[in-house]
Design a protein around this ligand. Structure first.
Ligand SMILES: Cc1ncc(COP(=O)(O)O)c(C=O)c1O
Length: 439
């Protein structure tokens, strides 16, 4: 059961503005106004505040204590610059492809600071992971066999952990990955025998277990129960094999409120609950390791997507603002991947506190009704050239979007770090439509 919606009266808009340190006046990102960012870098634009990412990482580390390490899941925002900020804040890197391994390395992560999970890893993925000395989370018996062969050929012995499918124990996750039947991980009943096989085979060094039940998990109690479950499986496997499992990756997927009336994930309760269980099981403190891996919770509040009104019209008695940015650039905010289509928090960049105005539908330039951020959104009366900001845009933004659909150029990305704004991804060009194509 998902906890009840936030009763505190905080909307997703207020949560985002507070995270960005907004007090009053026009929207700023890391101390630089949205208007200045747009003037310098153009529209549409993703803008990130390094300080917010650092503060989110610090909050999780505070809640879980010094014996639990936090990895930034690069899939949430595979930006080299943000990955480097995460590293500076003491996080590791969770990766899901060879490309993300290379990105993690380019951001300065090395060896087992890089943890690689995901089904369907190719031989190339695994070879690159072996070369990087990454820790590999094994998703199936067959994946172990392939990895063992590749490791022998390469003359290396990788650290591995078995990803456990915890049978829907993480019932709090909206986007569930652990279930009674799942493409992710190994069913719990088979975990001890796979551990046995890995140890007997000897090509890989079995360091522990990994779980990741799903994304947008708002129920801290359910998440803590999944930790208890993982501890029980670790104990069973150790008993069955006699091999110590020194590393436990508890996953994460902590929910972050991107829609109004989303619940708030109780970070402190999750931290307290997990620490209690880990302490009781004697799992805290070197040489034992405990890991978390989080994407959205760390990065979502750090970003805004700035887009400009390029046309305005009345139709059927309703007002429409057409924006220069849309679904192809921020798919999640138009409902892509969501269980239910709802509007993200959106504000007028020059007046983010306005709570009245007139209803307007906001959509982008794509020729599909799916390209809309919301209908009947109450915003101050928008004029041509005004900028709106889609909030919570730091995770599952640009790279979670169908950027090639309709061949518009990709937006630029900027990072504001310690008061300085800098370009971290170049804006695309119309010529990109031809890139990689052959006649
Ligand atoms: C294995 C794994 N770890 C971490 C994450 C990050 O999840 P979130 O962004 O919800 O924290 C995901 C997301 O799909 C994942 O599959």
């Amino acid at each position: 059961m998902e906890p009840r919606p936030d009763e505190s009266g905080d909307s997703a808009r207020l949560t985002a503005l507070r995270a960005l340190g907004h007090e009053e006046g026009p929207l700023h990102v890391g101390g630089v106004s949205a208007a200045e960012l747009l003037a310098r870098f153009g529209s549409p634009l993703y803008a990130y505040d390094a300080g917010v990412l650092e503060r989110q990482i610090a909050a999780v580390r505070r809640a879980f204590g010094p014996d639990v390490s936090v990895a930034f899941a690069l899939k949430a925002n595979p930006s080299l610059a943000l990955a480097a900020v995460a590293r500076r804040a003491g996080a590791g890197a969770e990766v899901a492809s060879a490309g993300e391994i290379l990105l993690a390395q380019a951001a300065g992560f090395t060896g087992p600071e890089i943890q690689f999970a995901g089904p369907g890893k190719s031989d190339e993925d695994l070879r690159i992971a072996l070369g990087a000395g990454a820790r590999i989370h094994i998703e199936s018996e067959r994946e172990h066999e392939r990895l063992a062969t590749l490791a022998r050929t390469a003359g290396v012995r990788p650290d591995v952990a078995v990803r456990v499918n915890l049978n829907a124990s993480q019932s709090g996750a909206r986007l569930r990955m652990a279930d009674s039947s799942s493409r992710f991980g190994v069913d719990r009943a088979r975990v001890p025998s796979l551990c046995r096989r890995i140890v007997d085979d000897g090509a890989c060094s079995l360091v522990g277990l990994h779980q990741y039940g799903g994304s947008q998990a708002f129920d801290a109690d359910a998440w803590v129960r999944s930790v208890a479950d993982l501890l029980a499986i670790a104990a069973e496997s150790e008993q069955a094999t006699g091999h110590p499992l020194l590393s436990l990756n508890l996953g994460g997927g902590f929910g972050w409120p991107v829609y109004d009336r989303d619940p708030t994930f109780d970070l402190d309760a999750a931290g307290r609950g997990a620490i209690e269980l880990l302490e009781a099981a004697g799992r805290l403190g070197a040489p034992r390791e405990v890991h978390l891996e989080l994407g959205r919770y760390l990065a979502a509040p750090a970003g805004v997507f700035l887009t400009t009104v390029v046309d305005l019209k009345e139709s059927g008695g309703k007002r429409h603002a057409v924006l220069d940015g849309g679904m192809h650039q921020f798919g999640a905010a138009t409902g892509l991947g969501a269980v239910m289509r709802r509007a993200y928090a959106i504000v007028a960049a020059d007046d983010p506190d306005a709570s009245d105005g007139e209803p307007v539908s906001l959509g982008g330039p794509l020729c599909t009704p799916a390209d809309r951020f919301g209908t009947g959104l109450v915003l101050p009366r928008l004029a041509l050239g005004d900028a709106v900001a889609v909030l919570h845009a730091g995770a599952y933004g640009l790279t979670f979007s169908p950027t090639r659909f309709l061949s518009h150029p990709s937006p630029a990305e900027v990072l504001v770090d310690r008061g300085e704004a800098r370009l971290i991804r170049r804006r695309g060009t119309p010529e990109d439509a031809l890139r990689d194509q052959l006649p």
